[in-house]
Design a protein around this ligand. Structure first.
Ligand code: HEC
Ligand SMILES: [Cu+2]
Length: 506
């Protein structure tokens, strides 16, 4: 069925009613003795579509409904990498295509609209459809036209959809793929954040990074030699200011798809373990405690995990040259308090020789959290130092104590003491810089020499650094004064910016 598609006209009720009337009655009503009979369809709604990395909100309704989907195919020229442009063919204006979220049993009325300025006809094959071509022939649409077909979402799961117009490989290689989630009747377990990530390769005539508007290269596509392997349609679509964000301890769910057209993805989040994987995008978690999951072209997976420590976590195709040399890398930035018992950060770096007493540092560190930090003075809570000292102690216990120990005593020959430290009496700005930038190399504290590495703590806020230093300088026999957030701001503006990380494994 085809009707001319006008950009301005809303979803046509006429078409909707027509489809409903022509659908077989038994398909819309539960009952008879037919086990495949669909549930009752109550009401109608327009689907909320989102662009990656966003996912529409979970479905809260507990019945099947008629869902009207309007998806517009657009051919757009966009950034593929810095200085590199490409003409993408898209479902909804971006790569991957809009995320569609429906519920098991829903009756879907699908409107595929092909923009009037498209050069090609397009169609859609949804892997969630039970019917010939997944809807491909039924949705074949010339530029400036709109096709309507309908289907029932019989099977829950996470499904790929893609264009299947000849040459199929070329339409997919130009970005024509996306994900449709059919939520099981009972819904998915609640999580704190959901993200939409889809891998795909781009076969440009030029090499990786070669500038300008790059044409599609059929030979490279047939040989499966893509210059680009990326997440969400471009190099850097999920890094730097586009990085995903979350907080320590939150439950994260990634809906991961692979448009291909050719390469399998070995999907891995560096420094996290998947608590659950819905392998192949099936409707139930079938595996727990997984490092890397395989996502084939035209396939999907749902992964769930819970970052335990703050930091930048890179996710990659672990076929690792793709991550570092072809673009298949994104970042999840996790904020929150350090959790030194789960992960300490680097604790020391000392010269290794066979005389070193093994296990010394480790045993002291394990003992430390059990020790009561009771010997810590409780300063006058009305003074400025007193007000900063309590939150400062918290920062200390979360961030510094793992190395400097619960009462600031340090570790002999490894980590200098903060208790009775003459270093702390020196230049205030230098003390602040030590925390922001870290420090390494030989250092004498109260007459004893140390040569270790203190990792930078510049991710702490000005206030946290001011508080922890006020706490440290006001306790354990130290005599330094208050450090204010203003002091920290000044020190930061003088210190050279911390070098950005280039190695995502760090
Ligand atoms: C990963 C272990 C580690 C952590 C965590 C750590 N430090 Fe350090 N710190 C060191 C080491 C090792 C040195 C000595 C560096 C050297 O030899 O150059 C040091 C040196 C220092 C010094 C100067 C020497 C002294 O003893 O007075 C100060 C001040 C200091 N740290 C404060 C802190 C504060 C405050 C925190 C928490 C915000 C912190 N450190 C977290 C390992 C650590
Ligand atoms: Cu197409």
């Amino acid at each position: 069925m085809k009707t001319p598609f006008k950009l301005k006209s809303g979803p046509s009720l006429g078409i909707a009613t027509l489809v409903l009337l022509t659908a077989p009655a038994a398909g819309l009503r539960a009952g008879e003795n037919d086990s495949t009979a669909a549930p009752e369809i109550i009401g109608a709604e327009n689907a909320v579509l989102t662009q990656a990395p966003n996912v529409p909100p979970p479905i809260t309704r507990r019945h099947a409904t008629k869902v009207i989907i309007n998806l517009e195919v657009r051919e757009v020229t966009r950034r593929l990498a810095d200085g590199v442009e490409y003409t993408f063919w898209t479902f909804g204006g971006s790569v991957p295509g809009s995320f569609i979220r429906i519920r098991e049993g829903d009756f879907v009325e699908f409107h595929l609209n092909n923009a009037p300025d498209s050069k090609m006809p397009h169609n859609i094959d949804l892997h969630a459809v039970s019917g010939p071509g997944g809807g491909a022939a039924a949705s074949f649409t010339a530029p400036g036209h709109s096709s309507v077909f309908s289907f029932q979402a019989l099977n829950p799961g996470l499904y790929v959809y893609h264009c299947a117009t000849a040459p199929v490989g070329m339409h997919i290689a130009n970005g024509m793929y996306g994900l449709i989630l059919v939520e099981p009747k009972e819904g998915l377990p609640p999580v704190d954040r959901e993200f939409y990530i889809m891998q795909g390769e781009f076969y440009t005539a030029g090499k990786y990074g070669e500038g300008g508007l790059q044409p599609f290269d059929m030979d490279k596509a047939v040989d499966e030699r893509p210059p680009y392997v990326v997440f969400n349609g471009a190099v850097g679509a999920l890094t730097d200011s586009n990085a995903l964000t979350a907080k320590v301890g939150e439950k994260i769910r990634f809906f991961v798809g692979n448009g291909g057209p050719n390469l399998m993805s070995s999907f891995h989040v560096i420094g996290n373990i998947f608590d659950a994987v819905y392998e192949d995008g099936g409707s139930a978690p079938n595996q727990h405690n997984v490092q890397t999951t395989l996502v084939p072209p035209g396939g999907a997976a749902i992964v769930e995990f819970q970052p335990k420590a703050p930091g930048d976590y890179a996710f990659v195709d672990h076929a690792i040259f793709r991550a570092f040399n072809q673009g298949a890398i994104g970042i999840l930035k996790v904020d929150g308090p350090a959790n030194p018992l789960v992960f300490s950060g680097k604790q020391s770096d000392s010269v290794f020789n066979s005389q070193n007493e093994p296990g010394l540092v480790a045993s002291q560190i394990l003992a430390a959290p059990l020790a009561e930090p009771s010997k810590v003075a409780s300063p006058d809570s009305k003074s400025v130092a007193g007000r900063q000292s309590e939150p400062g102690k918290q920062v200390y216990m979360q961030t510094c104590f793992v190395c400097h120990q619960s009462n600031g005593q340090g570790v002999p020959n490894q980590i200098p003491p903060l208790a009775g430290s003459d270093f702390l009496r020196r230049d205030k700005a230098e003390v602040i810089r030590t925390v922001i930038q870290g420090r390494s190399g030989e250092l004498t504290v109260s007459g004893k020499k140390y040569n270790g590495i203190m990792i930078p703590q510049g991710n702490l806020s000005d206030e946290q650094i001011a508080n922890v230093l006020t706490f440290v300088r006001g306790n354990w026999g130290n005599t330094g004064g208050v450090v204010t957030p203003e002091d920290v701001r000044n020190a930061r503006s003088q210190a050279p910016a911390l070098a950005a990380k280039s190695n995502p494994f760090e």
